[in-house]
Design a protein around this ligand. Structure first.
Ligand SMILES: Nc1nc2c(c(=O)[nH]1)N[C@@H](CN(C=O)c1ccc(C(=O)N[C@@H](CCC(=O)O)C(=O)O)cc1)CN2
Ligand SMILES: [Mg+2]
Length: 310
């Protein structure tokens, strides 16, 4: 899928369609695991409080896991939950052999230390890939569990570009959840990786050199169309709420970190927001749960593929 002079628009990378393919793959693997080993991967999702966006993400996670054949359970705790009570639930799930994956939805209310909760999850059940053991394995070439959003980005990049070896990749953002693991994954793919962030001075110039741009900085439309190298692949992780006064007071819409319309006229391929990285995040959570279950049960993955497995 290359650009032609008659169609100067970049190819749209359809995260929704790709996520459906990943979920179908997961469902086939789950059916095979049940048939061959009597193993049903179990995913437990914990939500504390009533953040409306988190409620939707958790509902989607549990529904999509159930649809793929996983045993999926939601634990809803009130906003005022004490850290000790959440840690007690995590300890109970750690000890339960039917639970292969544990996810605590972020953000957590202010009385709870997120790092303490992440550290309490057994690393082999940490399907978010946030535990320091999994971060360390990713950084040192081990086979831990990889955070879902960067894993989804990598699957999209591989699908679009095939071998990434030698490409110049710019990751904008240095969070533990996206930017840092994304940079590690791209290094593992033999890219030349630059990590920029909100204080980088020469962002436009760094961007103009990049064959791959992953924007994960959380600033709507930061990346301009004329920063994009012609033909580059642009992955927009941004999920920013911007006001839409034309739709009424207080109304908002979702916007990425990239000026989509301007970048699409220059890039070779680009992810939309919504419908790009977001759906892949949840699909990769299901994929990680199957990986975790196979490792805990000591059975091989039914269909090991090359699409970003850790
Ligand atoms: N424990 C975790 N907490 C959080 C994570 C995470 O990976 N693990 N990531 C985000 C939220 N998130 C998943 O939890 C997530 C966010 C967005 C989407 C998504 O599909 N977005 C849609 C648009 C949704 C909308 O209209 O608001 C899209 O991009 O098409 C999926 C998952 C923070 N917390
Ligand atoms: Mg907090």
């Amino acid at each position: 899928m290359t650009q032609t002079p008659a169609d100067p628009q970049a190819t749209l990378i359809d995260g929704k369609a790709m996520a459906a393919r990943v979920r179908a793959h997961v469902a086939r693997d789950v059916a095979t695991l049940q048939e061959r080993h009597g193993l049903t991967p179990g995913l437990h999702v914990v939500i504390v409080g009533d953040n409306p966006a988190s409620q939707i993400y958790v509902r989607n996670k549990v529904a999509q896991a159930t649809e793929a054949g996983l045993a999926s359970v939601k634990h809803e705790l009130p906003a005022g939950t004490a850290e000790a009570d959440l840690l007690a639930l995590v300890a109970r799930l750690n000890a339960d052999p039917a639970v292969h994956g544990i996810l605590v939805q972020l953000p957590l209310p202010p009385q709870i230390d997120e790092q303490a909760v992440i550290a309490a999850i057994a690393p082999e059940k940490d399907v978010d890939g946030f535990h320091v053991i999994n971060a360390g394995k990713l950084a040192t070439g081990g086979d831990g569990l990889v955070p879902c959003t960067p894993l989804g980005c990598l699957i999209m990049l591989r699908d679009r570009l095939g071998d990434l070896s030698g490409l110049d990749a710019l990751v904008i953002g240095r969070s533990n959840i996206v930017g840092k693991p994304m940079a590690q994954l791209l290094l593992r793919e033999h890219c030349t990786v630059t990590v920029a962030h909100s204080r980088s001075r020469n962002l436009a110039d760094l961007c103009r050199r990049a064959d791959i741009v992953v924007a994960a900085v959380g600033r709507a439309h930061l990346v301009q169309g004329d920063w994009i190298k012609p033909g580059a692949t642009v992955i927009d992780v941004g999920m920013n709420r911007v006001p839409t006064p034309e739709k009424g007071a207080g109304k908002t819409r979702l916007a990425g970190d990239v000026d989509f319309a301007a970048a699409r006229a220059v890039a070779g391929a680009i992810t939309p927001v919504p419908g790009g990285v977001g759906p892949m995040t949840i699909a990769c959570l299901l994929k990680n749960t199957v990986t975790a279950a196979c490792r805990q049960a000591g059975v091989p993955l039914p269909s090991p593929d090359s699409s970003g497995d850790a």
